[in-house]
Design a protein. Structure first.
Length: 1094
């Protein structure tokens, strides 16, 4: 029977396979590529380009193009029309391409029977051959190089050294008896490999071991990509690792690549994406010590590294034996009642030490142990208290496996017996995160959130205030019951009878994780900025006149630059080598940048300043702060050495202590201003775990499986079921707000949300956001988009307020009112008014119609917008003509105050011209689910012509994810694409530059100059979208076609303002007649007055 069933099943599969093949039809012939062959040969200074295209294509010439997008230059070299092409370029010549052209892109000008002129990017052929192209051709004091991009397209690049890009495609590390086997596949875009060396580098001491690898060319991949590709293999004898592991915590893994034309090897890190088979551990035996190297991926840059854990030989032997019986340790744990406390490395000066000392004094019979390194300063300090355990000893291994509580300031890994999976799995004690500083300024969710990079989430978090607790719940994804507001253990000593401050200036800069060596250019800038402050003449005079000491406390990682920061009269110390608490108590002023020690000083009522010269790099993206630095930090944000020195001098001279406003800010982050924190922590720690604690631990430990589930189709079915169930229940007094699909906290939903907060609401207010931005003060909370809670709340809510569409799987339930505010007055045509939408599928209009049918109310800012909305959306619901709530901020009573605040956030002085450039996206520039965009303004020319007086703030559309970096022009340009609210940027700016964005209508309310950079106006109007009005006729500012023309216009902003004032007033009267500052009030009164408290 079973055999017959098996046969029937196989026959069924066969029939279905035949049906899918169209009843046995022959397979389709393989498609012939357009670019069949490409050969690049450099002979002296002449580059010969030969190749072949498909027979349907004829090459008519070679096009070379350079310069910024929208303002490009090009030349064309004609050739005889043929599928075969043969073109020569003299790279040393400047007749065709000027000597200052940094990057020249090459294209083939082709024609087909259907298209008389079509450009193909040179490269990406089925077969690519290169000869002699690894040598640069001298030109005007530099060199021209033949460069193949990652996508195998050809460019000519002007640079002093080869622009070759290196990549590790795959990397595996396996361990056999006494050695480790390494295999790596590497690719170089422009340079052949002469040698490949694997280097293991001790990050703390600089010691390293270098192992030569044997590179073998992969000719098949070289022909397919045009890159130089090798498979490198080698063996690492374990005994060679003994020197590099001494005093090591982390070891960087780097492949050093040598090329024939380069004197120095190039370091190529191993990215996370390249990792293949990886041995979990590499054991290095060094006499009586055993070092266990575990592979991991670094937090910020996602590169392979090795962590090092050192054991006594007998301790490692015990750990190995216990593995066999580790499953039974749960029988011992309840009776052992062991608590382990520790801090990072060999330190004992933070919350761990203070809590341990309190327990030893008040509960001496408690089996609590402090884990630290043998011979460390921390060990010497904590030893008199007793019950000290040396990390890596037999006692540590046993206690760590049977402990019922782990209390730590950085990571629980500092306390565990090892990092192996089985050790983590069997170490089941509750994890209590004591913290080492108030969480507010730096975003460390990947370290300490519910989804940490190393996979060891905490069970309990100790916080200092309800505001900090809210941060851990909303941004770090902890449950409210997991965050205990007790205050830090070290605050008991900090706040106990604080002494009168000495004449002491304490300077504590933190480190940057991208600074790797003392010679790195970014490290040099870091040193220069801080040295300019310490050696500032004005500050030095004040210090000498007042007899004030200066103590510079460096982060341990900054010890490599300690010698470079020694200024006259400055005492340099390294954190962790002395009692920082006592130094803080004695200091009269603290200067830092991003260090959480600022809160300790603020709680002592000491003036605190924040020197954040590199804020644009330090606190962006995933590192974005949890608070508004300008309004919530307990001290001013300082941007330059002069400003910093002036503030410090003034603080020392006044001697008045902390400003009352800053005292209020500090107090919001400390609920208990007393000396009872240790007792409260003790009560939290000794509480028995409840069932929900076990559920949350299970969720954390199986997060990877949940992530896979959430990425699959079953999660969508579950989300739909959750929403469906909630939608069938009675409505709750609940309003759900969402801006830009959860990417921002701004626009009209924010205005309505804050208006309800101000007037008082009986309903629960929930804002959908996956950013760390804090909501306005008052009732309301955040929820993550696409979480199950998100779908549940949508199903129960009485009102939805959004400026974009909600997910397709939700439909407006009966009793729910969907208020669609939209995200701008339309200039470009939308949805049903565009016959074929570029970058979208054939079912775009059908899907759009389904989504718009869900709306109940559509907010309109003008009669013009109402007509456009009715046409584009075919909207038949209620059109609420109230003006845009988001524009209330532009004409509100606090507009000038908000303008000044935003400029301070951006670091732009009041006397400097701020030009906001806000282009819209292009439908035909789609890349996957999002869009790409180039910058049409030459920032080098901007710096040269306008840089002395003007700053360019660039805000790309929120759908644009692939955009150029502005880091090299940070002195004159800012990327404000991640700034939460566009209206605040409009307020802060003096001039708006846009193309076809709806912000032009909002900006007209401010009566400030506008310029329209529309280099592709004809293409956009005729082929992409088209417009509802004639831009060149109606625009309230000049329409320019190039970045060069834009710079010309911006040279005379006062003249621009005068010339267009009358047109601007007419434009506002037509397109923004109802934006008077009360639009949010009208929307609430008309739609949701039933949830107002009054």
């Amino acid at each position: 029977m079973r055999q017959a069933a098996s046969v029937r099943a196989q026959l069924g599969r066969l029939r279905r396979a035949v049906a899918r093949r169209g009843g046995g039809a022959p397979p389709t012939a393989p498609r012939v590529p357009v670019r069949q062959r490409l050969e690049l040969e450099l002979d002296g200074t002449v580059l010969r380009i030969t190749g072949r295209l498909r027979e349907t294509h004829r090459v008519t010439g070679l096009v070379a193009r350079w310069g910024p997008a929208g303002d490009e230059s090009q030349v064309r070299v004609a050739c005889v029309p043929s599928s075969d092409f043969d073109v020569e370029l003299d790279l040393a010549s400047t007749d065709l391409v000027p000597a200052d052209a940094r990057s020249v892109a090459l294209f083939l000008d082709t024609r087909t029977a259907d298209d008389p002129s079509r450009e193909l990017r040179l490269g990406r052929a089925a077969q690519i051959v290169r000869r002699g192209t690894d040598v640069g051709v001298p030109v005007a004091g530099s060199r021209r190089w033949v460069h193949l991009t990652a996508k195998s397209t050809v460019s000519i690049v002007l640079a002093d050294v080869s622009p070759s890009q290196h990549k590790v495609d795959s990397f595996s590390l396996t361990v056999a008896e006494g050695h480790a086997q390494v295999k790596a596949d590497l690719a170089s875009s422009d340079q052949p490999f002469a040698a490949v060396t694997l280097q293991l580098r001790n990050r703390r001491t600089g010691a390293q071991v270098a192992v030569p690898l044997d590179p073998v060319a992969d000719t098949e991949r070289e022909r397919a990509t045009g890159h130089w590709v090798v498979a490198a293999t080698g063996t690492i004898p374990v005994e060679r690792c003994r020197d590099v592991v001494q005093d090591a915590e982390q070891i960087d893994v780097v492949l050093a690549v040598a090329h024939p034309s380069e004197a120095e090897p190039v370091d190529v890190p191993v990215p996370e994406s390249a990792l293949g088979e990886m041995a979990p551990e590499l054991v290095v035996v060094d006499g009586a010590r055993v070092h266990v190297l575990s592979t991991y991926v670094t937090f910020r840059v996602k590169r392979l590294a090795l962590s090092v854990q050192t054991y006594d030989a007998d301790a490692h032997a015990l750990l190995t034996r216990l593995r066999r019986v580790a499953w039974a340790l749960w029988l011992v744990r309840p009776w052992a009642r062991v608590w382990l406390v520790g801090e990072t490395g060999g330190r004992a000066d933070d919350n761990g030490y203070h809590f341990f000392a309190w327990v030893r004094a008040h509960h001496p019979r408690r089996r609590v142990y402090f884990v630290t390194d043998a011979g460390s300063e921390g060990h010497a300090r904590v030893a008199p208290l007793g019950q000290v355990v040396v990390r890596g000893s037999r006692r540590h291994v046993w206690l760590a496996l049977v402990a019922s509580r782990y209390l730590y300031t950085h990571g629980v890994g500092e306390l565990l017996a090892g990092r192996a999976d089985w050790v983590v799995k069997r170490s089941r004690g509750r994890r209590v995160f004591l913290q080492h500083g108030v969480t507010a300024m730096k975003n460390v969710t990947r370290h300490y959130g519910r989804r940490p990079a190393q996979g060891l989430a905490s069970d309990v978090v100790i916080a200092c205030s309800p505001l900090e607790r809210r941060i851990f719940v909303e941004d770090y994804l902890y449950a409210p019951h997991q965050v205990a507001v007790t205050g830090f253990a070290r605050f008991d000593a900090l706040l106990a009878d604080p002494p009168e401050p000495d004449r002491l200036l304490l300077v504590m800069p933190t480190w940057r994780d991208w600074l790797r060596s003392a010679d790195d250019p970014t490290t040099t800038d870091y040193v220069r900025q801080w040295y300019d402050v310490l050696d500032h003449p004005h500050l030095r005079r004040q210090l000498e006149e007042r007899g004030t000491r200066v103590v510079l406390v460096l982060h341990p990682n900054a010890a490599i630059v300690a010698d470079q920061l020694v200024a006259e009269g400055v005492e340099v110390r390294v954190a962790g080598t002395f009692d920082l608490q006592e130094l803080l108590r004695r200091a009269s002023v603290l200067l830092t940048d991003y260090s959480s020690v600022a809160w300790d000083a603020a709680f002592l009522r000491r003036p605190v300043g924040f020197f954040q010269f590199d804020q644009a790099r330090m606190l962006v993206g995933a590192r974005g702060p949890h608070i508004d630095l300008e309004t919530q930090l307990p001290g001013p944000v300082l941007r330059s050495a002069d400003e910093t020195a002036s503030w410090v001098a003034a603080a020392l001279e006044s001697g008045a202590g902390m400003d009352p406003q800053m005292v209020d800010r500090a107090d919001r982050f400390l609920q208990h201003r007393d000396t009872g924190a240790c007792g409260r922590i003790y009560d939290v720690v000794r509480r028995r775990a409840r069932w929900r604690d076990r559920v949350w631990r299970f969720r954390a430990d199986h997060r990877a499986g949940y992530d896979r589930f959430r990425a699959g189709p079953h999660y969508v079915r579950l989300a739909r079921a959750v929403f469906g169930l909630a939608a069938r229940l009675p409505r709750r007094d609940l309003v759900v707000f969402e801006s830009d699909r959860g990417a921002r906290y701004g626009d009209s939903p924010r205005a309505i949300f804050e208006h309800l907060q101000a007037r008082g609401s009986t309903a629960e207010l929930v804002y959908v956001s996956y950013t760390p931005v804090r909501l306005a003060e008052g009732p309301g909370r955040k929820v993550g988009r696409f979480t199950l809670e998100y779908f549940w709340l949508l199903g129960r809510a009485r009102y939805w307020v959004t400026n974009q569409n909600l997910p397709e799987l939700v439909e407006t339930p009966r009793g729910t009112t969907y208020v669609q505010t939209w995200h701008g007055t339309p200039l470009k045509k939308m949805q049903h008014d565009v016959e074929r939408m570029a970058g979208r599928g054939d079912d775009y209009h059908e899907k759009a119609a389904h989504l718009t049918r869900q709306w109940d109310v559509l907010v309109s800012p003008s009669p013009y917008a109402s007509a456009c909305f009715e046409s584009a959306f075919r909207f038949e619901g209620r059109m609420l003509e109230t003006g845009y709530p988001r524009n209330d901020a532009l004409v509100g009573a606090d507009a000038q105050e908000r303008r000044a605040l935003v400029r301070r956030r951006l670091g732009v002085a009041e006397d400097r011209l701020l030009v906001l450039y806000a282009p819209t996206f292009r439908d035909d520039q789609r890349v996957g689910a999002y869009w790409r965009q180039d910058l049409e303004i030459d920032l080098d020319r901007w710096r040269e012509e306008l840089g002395a007086t003007a700053t360019l703030a660039v805000r790309f559309h929120n759908l644009v994810r692939e955009r150029p970096s502005l880091q090299e022009h940070a002195d004159v340009a800012l990327d404000v694409s991640r700034y939460p609210d566009t209206q605040e940027l409009l307020l802060a700016s003096d001039v708006l530059v846009t193309d076809y964005s709806s912000v032009m209508f909002d900006y007209s309310i401010l009566a400030r100059p506008m310029v329209f950079l529309a280099s592709d106006l004809d293409h956009y109007q005729r082929e992409l979208r088209g417009f509802y009005l004639d831009l060149e006729v109606e625009a309230p500012g000049p329409v320019v076609r190039s970045g060069e023309a834009l710079l010309e216009v911006l040279r005379d902003v006062p003249g621009l303002r005068t010339a267009w004032a009358e047109r601007l007033a007419q434009f506002r009267a037509t397109y923004a007649p109802w934006d008077d500052g009360a639009a949010a009030s009208r929307v609430v009164d008309h739609v949701m007055s039933d949830v107002l408290a009054d």
